[in-house]
Design a protein around this ligand. Structure first.
Ligand SMILES: NC(=O)N[C@@H](O)C(=O)O
Ligand code: NI
Length: 166
């Protein structure tokens, strides 16, 4: 029987084993620029390890998926973290797994609230960026450098992520 998941609301507490939620709510914040701006500070545990490892910032335009969705694979980045922050109010699907002896287990699915982003901790199994609703732009903060920073795992049976309420 394939895994069937109902996506849960994304919260910092629920996501903590996998990384951090990028959001202003609950974040340490302080005024800057003579009070004309408010900085929501130090939201993510950014890592760029290994030979020549460096943090890079990119933009991506993602085509939307619809739920229910069959997730056939997850991936992880052994040398660095990876953050995705939406540049719109469109929501996206977050799928993560725990690791057991190098294999992803116990998949979890989360639905972001508008404006939420995520930072996957280094070497955390995750589904690829999965925008929902419409074509969406995201900022990416992750790692470049030498070595293969991508490990892919294809499930024997796809994981079904159901639509909310289904
Ligand atoms: N490769 C890339 O920029 N994105 C993937 O790693 C992903 O997690 O979507
Ligand atoms: Ni990735």
């Amino acid at each position: 029987m394939p895994h069937s998941l109902q996506p849960q609301p994304l919260t910092p507490e629920a996501f903590a084993p996998f990384g951090q939620v990028l959001q202003k709510d609950g974040a340490r914040n302080f005024a800057i620029n003579d009070g004309t701006c408010r900085r929501f500070h130090d939201l993510a545990n950014v890592e760029a390890t290994g030979p020549g490892g460096r943090v890079i910032v990119s933009l991506v335009t993602g085509e939307p998926s619809t739920l229910p969705l069959l997730v056939e694979m997850v991936e992880r980045h052994p040398f660095g973290s990876q953050a995705f922050h939406p540049l719109s109010r469109n929501r996206f699907l977050v799928v993560v797994c725990e690791d057991e002896d190098g294999r992803p287990v116990r998949p979890r699915a989360f639905l972001t609230s508008p404006g939420q982003g995520v930072n996957y901790d280094r070497n955390v199994w995750h589904g690829v960026l999965t925008p929902l609703g419409e074509t969406s732009d995201f900022l990416i903060v992750d790692r470049d450098g030498e070595g293969d920073n991508l490990e892919v795992f294809t499930f024997d049976e796809p994981v079904l992520v159901r639509a909310p309420g289904e």
